[in-house]
Design a protein around this ligand. Sequence first.
Ligand code: ADP
Ligand code: MG
Length: 715
Amino acid sequence: MTCASDTNDRLPPRPAAGGDVLAQDVKFLKGVGPARAAVLRDEAGVATFGDLLYFYPYKYIDRSVVYTVSQLQEDMPYVQLRGHILDFATEGEGRKKRLKAVFTDGTGYVELVWFAGIKYVEKTLKVNQTYLLLGKPTSFNGRFSFPHPELEVVKEGESQDRGLQSTYHLTDRMKRSGFTSKTIRELVARVFDVVKDRMAETLPPYFLAKHRLVSLPAALRQIHFPQSATVLPEAQRRLKFEELFYLQLDILRYAKDRELSRAGFLFPRVGMAFMRFYKEKLPFELTGAQKRVIKEIRKDMVSGHQMNRLLQGDVGSGKTMVAFMACLIAIDNGFQACIMAPTEILAEQHLKTVQGWLDGLDVEAALLTGNVTGARRKRVLDDLASGKIKLLVGTHALIEPTVSFLNLGLAVIDEQHRFGVRQRARLWAKNTIAPHVLVMTATPIPRTLAMTVYGDLDVSVIDELPPGRKPVKTLHYYAENHARLYDGIRHEIKAGRQVYFVFPLIEENEKSDLKNLELGYEHLLKVFPEFHIGKIHGRMKPAEKEQAMREFAANHTNILVSTTVIEVGVNVPNASVMVIEDANRFGLAQLHQLRGRVGRGAEQSYCILVTKRQLSENTRRRMAVMVETNDGFEIAEEDMRLRGPGDIEGTQQSGLPFELKIANIVKDSPLLAEAREAARELINNDPYEKLPQNDVVWTQLRRLKKQIANFSAIS
Ligand code: ADP
Ligand code: MG
């Protein structure tokens, strides 16, 4: 312990101000110089000696095995050969110039090729010298060729076992400036030579012991120069844990600050409306998950702090009922509530639903959308200001400045991803104290990501569907099997059911072979002359859309041809088939949303994904996932795996407070949970950031935040 704090005194952690070694400009490192330093800085974000240590390898090559030329096969990863160069030759002129060499180990010949850095290669490599070669073989005309191999002199009798060797991401510009993984390794080694292990810990000793983490110098050394495959994971764990820990610490600290500072209305009363509804009017038994979430919301409402809760629940899981009951609590306590939906159709549907539930309860609900105009609008606004309207349902028209409530206590936002954070904030101005906010989403954000990105929101999950639902059966059809598909559909419609047909485009596009909505519609009219077919798309006027939707809801049309405008929320329980044409055009989240439009009634429902036969690996995987599972969370996790976390709908802007260099919030989710616990515990034990043993932690956190601030100031 004394030893570690001792080190702290002598050498503050990376990249501290002042003249310590790690903070030195990388151009002063032997073998770098100003020109290459600029490349390192621009391309890899490496500006100092210390940054170089944090420029982590992205993979390791097992160099314990040496192959022979005769053993080479197509599609091999990086391999090692031991042999010598017989001959050099240059080909081409100017930019096309390349250097080739013939390499042999006695079992056969391969070709080595360099397109850049030719002078350097010619100067350093010699014929008849024994080299250990490392490279990725590519096969061309039956001969193997190694573009830009790494060559290393081996002496007679010297061991060839290089263990695991780190490989770094190099941009083209870095390569052109002569950087290879080998040079990076050499530079890193040089930094270690200078600083030895005199670098400060970024985590306190007690913390390292408690979470079984290796020291920072050891971890950094092993990450670049792993002694064996067994110690490497320990180094990785330490560095990942540290990243995730500081990430969580920052988020949780912010959440705590907010919790302490943001007062919220108290809704202590369980009143008439809630009780009467619960005892007499509830149309069905609540699921266990619904009950649990209502309890969680109630707890927030008596905490004295503003609720900021994200409610995640798969399509059809019954979020509306939860929202409605939360509204009743607010209303029972003398406040108004509002429910905001992303579309007019959905807002209207919500109003209809809640008005049905409110029947006989003496609670006035009203609609406010862009469609509500003139005298009608004025009356709504007046009744809202006077407090006559207790529950307002609408679209984003609700957050316009002209809309003022007497006493808004709860705002429910349905389908969160259509509302930005900034729009959410506008709700807070609707009362002297910010109203409680419940955000609902059926696009489940994977738990791991929600934890990280929405650390400031509390998350509730409805992970149970109402009983009696038959899971939707999902089938993947190739386009040539349309006839069989149409037969099935005819059968369903004759049995009284309805069908959605979704097309990804609404206009004819000559360049693509996509069947668009118009063509599809025309085609279906011919295929099903005996049925009524409606259509709905984004270019139609709102009134036309509504009309089409209403006709479908009333079962006047048997088939609804549509674009993704039906994606969100619409409820037609009698619809039992969802056909998605050119399903490859859709992402997983969208496919799952679309599928959620069926399976809402008692009948067995189907989702048919139609694609051509020729599919990319990724698309094939997406279709397989849809066929395999109905679980929105599983799909969200898979989506994130296929697309990467930065891409998840609605989260792009939120981003992470710090860049993750080694940890991955999907792959490392167990570690993330552990780091989050550690952060929570530390904050609870040291809420005022006073304990001396945590000095290191708070200093490091401030340093990280400052780096980010500096960075955003630059870019
Ligand atoms: P979502 O979570 O997708 O918004 P909804 O709130 O629209 O789901 O609910 C889907 C359907 O399930 C609605 O018709 C709703 O009335 C019904 N429902 C909700 N909760 C239950 C329950 N506990 N038991 C039976 N049906 C329920
Ligand atoms: Mg809903």
